[in-house]
Design a protein around this ligand. Structure first.
Ligand code: DC
Length: 237
């Protein structure tokens, strides 16, 4: 079975997907990490992210692999990610990567290379895949499709707390650095616009996706909702 979890940055995809994978026998797939790893490769190797042909070539050249299905207790780090054999789990979560990743993810040759890897990762397993185009382009046949949303300020708050080493799913978690919050908020709006407006697999709900607004939901509430959908679906197959 495939569970597709799509939505914008900070909507709670990663926390939800990780928690679901932990409490079921589903394997977690963080597709954003693949685009992030490619972005890191470009930045480290002097490849101009605005040069479509160079970035598309890089997408063919790199080797991106995942380690354990759920690797880390750190809320921002989902899976151990390896780029050409080197662990980059933490290196792909920086503002510099945030600023460039949506550009890299625009190119059709990048998307086709990543989608091929994502499909081969699934390989008949039960997976929870999170991203932007999972229900529309990567696994349109997914048995369950969830589209998460949350208001932009709430999403930026969550992302800032994570980046400061906190856990936004814990009660009382708060932002320490207001300037960082402002930067993350502005970058997030810019990234949302690029992701939503691109012609190739834009961020949009699949027609058969279930919408879940997480602005006022705790992680446990979101997990319970999706877990009951999985249980219902499994019973009906
Ligand atoms: O989920 P994330 O923040 O790690 O994703 C990083 C970027 O990668 C996001 O801005 C858009 C892109 N992305 C994508 O285009 N398609 C996906 N399936 C996942 C991520």
């Amino acid at each position: 079975m495939i569970v597709a979890i799509d939505g914008p940055a900070g909507s709670g995809k990663s926390s939800l997907s990780r928690a679901l994978a932990k409490s079921t026998d589903f394997v977690y797939l963080d597709t954003g990490a693949m685009y992030r790893a490619l972005t890191l490769y470009c930045l480290e190797n002097g490849i101009n992210v605005h040069s479509q042909s160079s970035v598309e070539q890089a997408a063919q050249d790199i080797d991106v692999r995942f380690g354990d299905a759920v690797a880390s207790e750190d809320p921002e780090l989902g899976q151990n990610v390896f780029l050409n054999g080197k662990e980059v789990t933490r290196d792909i979560r920086t503002s510099q990567i945030d600023e460039n990743v949506s550009i890299v993810a625009l190119y059709p040759g990048v998307r086709s290379a990543m989608v091929a890897r994502q499909r081969s990762f699934a390989n008949q397993r039960n997976i929870i895949a999170e991203g932007r185009d999972i229900g529309t382009a990567v696994f349109p046949e997914a048995e369950i499709k969830i589209f998460l949303s949350a208001d932009a300020q709430q999403r930026a708050l969550r992302r800032t707390i994570e980046r400061e080493g906190g856990d936004p799913t814990k009660p009382g978690a708060a932002v320490k650095d207001e300037q960082l919050y402002e930067k993350i908020y502005a970058d997030m709006l810019q990234r949302d616009a690029i992701d939503e407006e691109r012609t190739e697999s834009p961020l949009k709900p699949a027609s058969d996706a279930i919408h879940l607004d997480t602005t006022h939901l705790t992680l446990d509430q979101a997990v319970d909702k999706v877990r009951s959908l999985i249980i219902q679906k499994t019973a009906s197959l």
